[in-house]
Design a protein around this ligand. Structure first.
Ligand SMILES: *[C@@H]1O[C@H](CO)[C@@H](O)[C@H](O)[C@H]1NC(C)=O
Ligand SMILES: *[C@@H]1O[C@H](CO)[C@@H](O)[C@H](O)[C@H]1NC(C)=O
Ligand SMILES: *[C@@H]1O[C@H](CO)[C@@H](O)[C@H](O)[C@H]1NC(C)=O
Ligand SMILES: *[C@@H]1O[C@H](CO)[C@@H](O)[C@H](O)[C@H]1NC(C)=O
Ligand SMILES: *[C@@H]1O[C@H](CO)[C@@H](O)[C@H](O)[C@H]1NC(C)=O
Ligand SMILES: *[C@@H]1O[C@H](CO)[C@@H](O)[C@H](O)[C@H]1NC(C)=O
Ligand SMILES: *[C@@H]1O[C@H](CO)[C@@H](O)[C@H](O)[C@H]1NC(C)=O
Ligand SMILES: *[C@@H]1O[C@H](CO)[C@@H](O)[C@H](O)[C@H]1NC(C)=O
Ligand SMILES: *[C@@H]1O[C@H](CO)[C@@H](O)[C@H](O)[C@H]1NC(C)=O
Ligand SMILES: *[C@@H]1O[C@H](CO)[C@@H](O)[C@H](O)[C@H]1NC(C)=O
Ligand SMILES: *[C@@H]1O[C@H](CO)[C@@H](O)[C@H](O)[C@H]1NC(C)=O
Ligand SMILES: *[C@@H]1O[C@H](CO)[C@@H](O)[C@H](O)[C@H]1NC(C)=O
Length: 741
């Protein structure tokens, strides 16, 4: 109190001195706080609990609870979150956001007595209902109210609209709360000084055309993302607001309308426009160029079409331009290279064509450049090397051609590089292999040639490498298997030769997926390939030899495909130690011996077993994996009967036993299998009549049925043909799936 008098004296004596000393005063400002207000605050604190374990965004430790520092022995103006007026000592600001608060601030709470309060922030807490309810109207000085994610809101009190000085209102992130259009309308009509309004992720659910025709011209910041609004935006309502800086209407898919052809009243002030994931349609008008100060334009996933106006190049303040997932066509105007503040440019998933202008290299501030999924043609301009701040560069799925220029030497930030699914030719440019930050490299589906570089200096952070479906030749360089962060290695469908490295520098690779299929690899499969972390290994369609192993490393392989090589020898019992194997494809090799019984042990998870076109002999094991869906034994030398245990494997969809020496009668006991689509018994020693079916509709799903070249006698029951519903309902896709096994 004494101190307050002193301040008053200062005031009377010299305003000038006061201003000079103001900072010292607030620093020394003890006992500034009005005692009654300190009491009201302590009362408020008493009604709330600090609960760090409750869920609230942005609160993870008790230390964040500002109320913990509230203590009668200290001046309340020094308490956490409290701001006082330096002259009067009145509490004018209370910021208790992210304070782990739980409880109710009801209509009787002493909070309402803080009559000088101008700013109240209770965001990111766990309060029940709207603080103070109707008594909120007593905080008549309030200019800023922030209740974003403040807890469980159940109503908007009518008293809120009495706060005539309110300038900023944030009610966002009450995802369960239904605000309704009527309340929204009254907020807009009654709070005439409102400049900032955030309702993102609140359910307004209403037709935007039922909002007032003319909104308050004081509105500066209007954020209505994901509010469930629908209907047609009328030009006069929104685009004529003269002072708008931020307009966010994104994530309202049923909101439609067009962008104005010339009248954007806020052209001088606007900084951000977000219409992402709305039904905005029509063209991007040339008038967009009037938005001189625009900083961010997000039109992701709208229904816009037509050409990009040349005047786009006049948006010289823009940093983020997002036009992805629309129906834009034509060339990208070269004026885009005038946007030299651009940091983020996403033009992906449209119908753009033509080549990229050389001048695009002038966008030297850019960090994200996404041009994927368009119809761009031509070469990649080498001027791109000037964009050395890039962290994401994607040209995937276009018709770019020529060789990839060797321009990556200075890209020290690049973490994603997607050049896949184009028409690139020539070698892998060496400078790519020097990229130290790269995490994903996609070059698949091109016509790249020549050997891969024999050593590299980058790629230490690479997690995905896809070089598949190209024409790379030469030896498989050992660095492919030494990348410390790699998870996926896809090199299938190339022309790589030579042996796989026998020894690895590290103990085992941490890769989870290796695909080297359809190459020209020779030699034996090294043991490390069955090491602990690998989940999928595809070495099919190569020239690999050898295989015999008495002891198998017990790895984590789920998918093993060695189809079409020159592998030989028998499968020992220990083969079954690959306990989590689900898909085993050994078709088209020279494996011999008998099929190990243990494949059918009760723990087996195998559901695709393809041993076709080998030299297996002996009988089919009595038991097979119980989850079996595909059994392919075609083209071996198997004898004996079809194991009767098969009757229990009702998940079977395809059974191919053709071209063996099986001697049995027709397995009529398969007639009730609900999913069986393929049954091939041809070229065996089956004999006897087909028999009488028990079911009205035997083999309900059968599509491929081949009994030829056996010793069956009698006639095929006509019921057979009437009941093959599967064959009548020909589903090409499903059938093709199976013929590929
Ligand atoms: C208030 O703060 C003083 C000094 O920081 C401390 O000694 C005292 O225990 C605190 N009182 C309460 C009730 O927290
Ligand atoms: C507020 O206080 C009055 C009088 O003490 C009481 O009747 C009323 O129920 C209280 N309201 C709430 C919401 O606690
Ligand atoms: C409301 O408070 C939260 C948390 O402090 C903050 O992130 C948000 O920007 C605030 N809203 C406004 C409009 O200032
Ligand atoms: C709030 O406004 C309504 C109508 O505008 C009025 O009836 C009511 O008295 C006001 N309440 C307060 C607390 O000012
Ligand atoms: C929105 O309201 C307008 C005018 O009342 C009406 O023409 C339109 O059909 C409504 N839109 C929807 C989606 O209900
Ligand atoms: C929607 O508004 C645009 C102008 O913004 C107008 O051209 C169009 O006809 C309107 N559509 C409907 C269905 O009202
Ligand atoms: C764009 O800028 C050019 C040159 O600065 C100017 O001639 C043209 O009028 C501008 N266009 C629009 C629509 O502002
Ligand atoms: C793009 O156009 C096609 C056909 O013209 C249409 O089917 C599709 O829905 C459009 N996509 C968008 C995002 O507007
Ligand atoms: C933009 O790029 C073009 C071609 O690459 C170049 O001739 C021109 O000087 C560049 N302009 C600026 C402003 O850097
Ligand atoms: C790919 O390039 C070759 C020659 O380089 C050309 O003949 C072919 O038409 C191109 N294909 C596409 C889809 O652009
Ligand atoms: C099928 O399974 C049942 C129950 O597990 C078992 O009793 C029966 O012997 C099995 N049938 C054949 C042919 O293995
Ligand atoms: C098939 O097996 C039966 C007895 O199970 C035997 O009599 C017959 O000779 C065998 N057929 C051939 C072709 O081996």
């Amino acid at each position: 109190m004494e101190y307050q008098k002193l301040i008053m004296a200062f005031c009377f004596h010299s305003l000038l001195i006061l201003f000079v000393h103001q900072s010292q005063l607030t620093y020394a400002g003890k006992h500034l706080c009005a005692r009654d207000e300190a009491f009201y605050l302590l009362q408020l604190k008493q009604g709330l609990t600090v609960d760090p374990n409750a869920y609230f965004y942005g609160c993870d430790s008790e230390a964040e609870a500002k109320t913990l520092s509230w203590n009668a022995t200290r001046d309340c103006c020094e308490w956490g979150g409290v701001t006082c007026n330096v002259f009067t000592g009145h509490v004018i600001g209370l910021d208790l956001s992210s304070s782990c608060l739980r409880g109710t601030i009801d209509a009787n709470s002493t909070l309402k007595k803080l009559g000088h309060l101008q700013r109240l922030n209770l965001a990111y807490n766990k309060l029940s209902d709207f603080p103070l309810g109707n008594s909120i109207s007593q905080l008549s000085s309030l200019t800023h109210l922030n209740l974003s994610l403040s807890g469980n809101m159940m109503q908007i009190p009518a008293g809120l609209t009495n706060l005539s000085k309110l300038v900023s209102l944030d009610l966002s992130w009450h995802t369960e709360f239904q605000l309704g259009l009527t309340t929204f309308r009254s907020l807009l009509q009654d709070l005439t000084n409102l400049e900032v309004l955030l309702l993102d992720n609140v359910d307004v659910f209403g037709n935007i055309s039922e909002l007032p025709k003319y909104l308050s011209s004081s509105l500066r910041y209007l954020s209505l993302g994901h509010t469930n609004m629908f209907g047609n935006i009328s030009e006069s309502q929104i685009f004529h607001l003269p002072n708008l800086q931020v307009l966010r209407l994104g994530n309202n898919p049923l909101l439609t309308g067009t962008l104005p052809n010339y009248r954007w009243n806020f052209s001088g002030s606007v900084l951000e426009l977000d219409f992402s994931n709305t039904g905005i349609f029509g063209k991007l008008p040339g008038s967009i160029a009037n938005l001189h100060s625009l900083w961010r334009l997000n039109l992701r996933n709208c229904s816009l079409s037509g050409l990009i106006p040349v005047s786009l190049g006049n948006l010289t303040s823009i940093r983020e331009l997002i036009l992805t997932r629309n129906n834009f066509t034509g060339n990208v105007p070269s004026t885009i290279s005038k946007l030299n503040k651009l940091v983020y440019l996403d033009l992906s998933s449209n119908h753009f064509r033509g080549s990229i202008p050389e001048s695009i290299g002038n966008l030297t501030a850019i960090t994200v450049l996404a041009l994927s999924y368009n119809s761009f043609t031509g070469n990649v301009p080498s001027t791109i090397q000037k964009m050395n701040k890039l962290s994401y560069l994607s040209l995937s799925s276009n018709n770019f051609g020529g060789s990839i220029p060797d321009i990556f030497a200075n890209f020290s930030e690049l973490s994603f590089l997607g050049f896949d699914t184009n028409n690139f030719t020539g070698p892998l440019p060496y400078s790519i292999a020097t990229l130290t930050r790269l995490e994903a490299l996609f070059l698949q589906n091109n016509s790249l040639t020549r050997p891969l570089p024999s050593n590299i200096s980058g790629f230490q952070e690479l997690t995905m490498l896809d070089l598949s479906f190209n024409c790379f030749t030469g030896a498989t360089p050992s660095w492919l298997f030494h990348l410390p962060s790699l998870d996926y290695l896809y090199v299938q469908h190339n022309q790589l030769t030579g042996k796989l490295p026998n020894e690895l520098k590290s103990n085992y690779v941490e890769y989870s997926d290796i695909n080297l299929s359809y190459n020209k690899l020779q030699g034996e499969i090294p043991d490390w390939m069955f090491s602990t972390s690998l989940g999928r290994l595809d070495l099919s369609h190569n020239f690999l030899t050898g295989f015999v192993r008495q002891v198998w490393p017990s790895g984590n392989i789920r998918y093993l495909n060695l189809e079409n090589n020159f592998l030989q020898g028998s499968l020992y019992q220990s083969f079954c130690d690959m306990v989590i194997l689900e898909i085993l494809i050994l078709a088209q090799n020279n494996f011999s011996g008998s099929i190990p019984d243990c494949l059918g042990n009760s723990k087996s998870l195998i559901y695709i077993l393809d041993l076709r076109m080998n030299k297996f002999h002996g009988e089919i094991p009595r038991f097979l994996p119980t989850r079996l869906e595909y059994l392919g034994l075609y083209g071996n030398q198997l004898t004996g009967q079809v194991p009767r245990s098969l009757v229990n494997y009702t998940s079977l969809e395809a059974i191919d036993l053709g071209n063996n020496k099986l001697n049995d009668t027709f397995p009529i006991w398969l007639e009730k299998f609900p999913y069986l689509r393929v049954l091939i018994l041809k070229s065996n020693l089956f004999h006897g009549p087909i028999g009488d079916f028990e079911s009205e509709f035997p083999f309900p799903e059968l599509r491929i049925f081949d009994l030829s070249c056996n010793g069956f006698t009698g006639t095929l029951p006509s019921k057979f043909f009437k009941s093959f519903r599967g064959m009548m309902d020909v589903n090409e896709k499903k059938n093709r799936n199976y013929s590929s096994y």
